[in-house]
Write a protein that binds this ligand. Structure first.
Ligand SMILES: [Mg+2]
Ligand SMILES: [Zn+2]
Length: 177
């Protein structure tokens, strides 16, 4: 089974330092939905693992997060693609939970849910913590240069084996070729 685990903000949709707090603020990156559909058609199953500490901060609630994710699913579906699961960490940065990336808890949970082999699973992210979580779970990691990606590349210290691609469209062109 081919499984892709995507970060959300900065990979599928525009990132915001002020958090994505409602469906209107959720805006897909150009080409992202089409790229996901293309990957689906090439046999990839796709899940999302996203830190959403805005919940713990009281910036939005679980109902609002569900509404944001309805818009996400609708956007991907309209392009002919499908996200099978969205796993999120609702906790604060200082909560010490196992799910918040760079810890690998969410990645492990997704691998278990899908019965996937970590070595055959690719994690895509725009932040160092996405790549660190992937590495800790034994998955392949790809840094995209959308969202915080360019800054992440410039800061360096990427986990061993990380590859870099421009965006999801470039990944789809390669994996779904
Ligand atoms: Mg991100
Ligand atoms: Zn958590």
């Amino acid at each position: 089974m081919k499984l892709l685990i995507l970060d959300r903000d900065g990979v599928i949709n525009e990132d915001s330092d002020a958090f994505i707090k409602n469906p209107d603020e959720w805006r897909p990156l150009p080409g992202a939905a089409t790229a996901i559909a293309r990957l689906n058609k090439a046999g990839y199953r796709i899940a999302i693992a996203t830190n959403q500490s805005g919940i713990a901060r009281g910036l939005f609630d679980l109902d609002t997060l569900a509404a944001i994710h309805s818009k996400l699913h609708q956007t991907i579906n309209d392009a002919g693609g499908r996200i099978e699961a969205i796993f999120f960490c609702p906790h604060a940065a200082d909560s010490n939970c196992d799910c918040r990336k760079p810890r690998p808890g969410m990645i492990f949970d997704i691998l278990k849910r899908f019965g996937a082999d970590p070595q055959e699973t690719v994690v895509v992210g725009d932040a160092l913590r996405d790549l660190q979580a992937a590495h800790a779970a034994g998955c392949r990691s790809i840094l995209v240069l959308t969202g915080k990606g360019t800054r992440t590349l410039q800061a360096g210290n990427l986990p061993q084996g990380t590859t870099v691609r421009v965006d999801l469209t470039a990944i789809a062109a390669e994996l779904a070729a």
